[in-house]
Design a protein around this ligand. Structure first.
Ligand SMILES: *Cc1c(COP(=O)(O)O)cnc(C)c1O
Length: 422
């Protein structure tokens, strides 16, 4: 049952209440390996579901366009101060609605339409908003894209430097959505300085690892840092832009009034709660366990003959190339889902298949680590993945159903925040 309970919703709109209950049960019963997902705490759920959603507060603390900010101002200030303290930055803007608008705000702040901007190519592990062609950021600016080396799966810093010198981008984005290895922030910073670009570190995936000390921080290297709040950071869906004093006012103006209207105050409150949680010693333990679990899962998958992009992982994420297993990423991900194991299909660098049916699946350990699973469970997880992929090749639905039952049985021993067994 969903927790907090949906008593009023069940009476007023039973159809919707049932859908939410179904999703809660699904999240409870499935092994959630999508690396951008997590389980927020019940405290975060409560803050996000509060009456703060009723309030308009365009502007910033002390400079609002609406009256009645006696409680909203301190909520937003608390969230911003906690972010500044946790990441050790001078300024945090906690208003961006999500990661994509946060990145758009960085373009608005530091580039003009048509300017060259640089980011990792989407099929190499970058994000849509780092200048991919279908994104506004690729249409309104002149994108320059860097890759990973074919042999190593690692970012080619020589290519980054020569492209930057040739194209003189106004902004360089580092970070991405499918990067299994540590991002070399100092190396990017050196190149950005050399060409006079603003370095934007997009830490959407790894913010929680950085907060917990399990990945190096871009602070002191990047001029601005964008992040979602809902991935490893384990907060509500939202985003933040962190910066030094020199870039703060441009960022603030770009977010409001440049791009957005009223901030989502209920989300801001949820972010404040998540930041408080992330500042506790247990969160550092969590972040390190996420990485330990990913390394253990990568090792176990490698032992079962899976090809991992870059050969393994330094963080929470594993990118598996299924070519040698004789199945595409999409049918594999669909079969894994039927086996109670939730992943997403993903392109691998230099993929020979199409983006809608690429060669890889992307796995991650943030959610299962929140459930309390440890390294000792990872060989079992790898065994299930292996068996399910094999069953998918043979179209063996009975095996997939059997695995789904085994997964459910294991997870019954690991409580889920937001859910109570009926
Ligand atoms: C998830 C992600 C985003 C976008 O976040 P949304 O909240 O989905 O808009 C941006 N950049 C990176 C690197 C991401 O992984």
């Amino acid at each position: 049952m969903h927790t907090p309970p949906l008593r009023n919703l069940a009476t007023e709109d039973p159809e919707l209440a049932q859908l939410i209950e179904g999703e809660a049960q699904r999240q409870h019963d499935k092994l959630r390996l999508i690396p951008s997902e997590n389980y927020v705490s019940t405290a975060v759920l409560e803050a996000t579901g509060s009456v703060l959603t009723n309030k308009y507060s365009e502007g910033y603390t002390g400079k609002r366009y609406y009256e009645g900010q006696q409680f909203i101002d301190p909520v937003e200030t608390l969230a911003a101060r906690r972010a500044e303290q946790l990441f050790g930055v001078a300024h945090a803007n906690v208003q961006p609605y999500s990661g994509s608008p946060a990145n758009l705000a960085v373009y608005l702040a530091f580039a003009q339409p048509g300017d060259p901007v640089m980011g990792m190519a989407l099929p190499m592990g970058g994000h849509l908003t780092h200048g991919w062609s279908v994104s506004a950021t690729g249409k309104w600016f002149r994108p320059v894209r860097y890759s990973v080396r074919r042999e190593t799966g690692l970012v080619d810093m020589d290519e980054v430097r020569s492209l930057a010198l040739a194209e003189r981008p106004k902004i360089i984005f580092c970070g991405g959505t499918a990067i299994p290895r540590t991002i070399d922030f100092p190396a990017f910073a050196e190149i950005a300085r050399e060409v006079g670009a603003v370095l934007a570190a997009d830490i959407a995936h790894i913010a929680g690892l950085i907060a917990g000390g399990a990945h190096p921080s871009p602070v002191g290297h990047a001029d601005v840092i964008t992040t979602t709040t809902h991935k490893t950071l384990r907060g509500p869906r939202g985003a933040m832009i962190l910066s030094d004093e020199a870039h703060a006012s441009a960022v603030d103006k770009a977010v409001f009034p440049g791009l957005q209207g009223g901030p989502h105050n209920h989300t801001t409150a949820g972010i404040a709660v998540a930041l408080h949680e992330a500042a506790q010693p247990e969160f550092a333990t969590y972040a390190h366990q996420v990485v330990a679990n990913a390394k253990a899962l990568a090792t176990a998958l490698g032992e079962r003959g899976f090809d991992l992009v870059s050969g393994g992982t330094d963080n929470h994420l594993i990118l598996v190339d299924l070519t040698s297993k004789g199945i595409g990423g999409k049918p594999a991900a669909q079969a894994l889902d039927r086996a109670g194991i939730e992943t997403n299909y993903n392109t691998v660098p230099y993929d020979t298949r199409k983006p809608f049916d690429p060669s890889g699946v992307r796995l991650g350990t943030p959610a299962l680590t929140t459930r309390g699973l440890g390294e000792q469970s990872m060989p079992q997880v790898a065994a299930w993945i292996d068996e399910a992929v094999g069953a998918a090749v043979k179209e063996d639905e009975a095996t997939l159903a059997r695995i789904a039952g085994e997964v459910r049985d294991l997870l019954a021993g690991y409580p889920m925040p937001g859910f109570a067994a009926a």
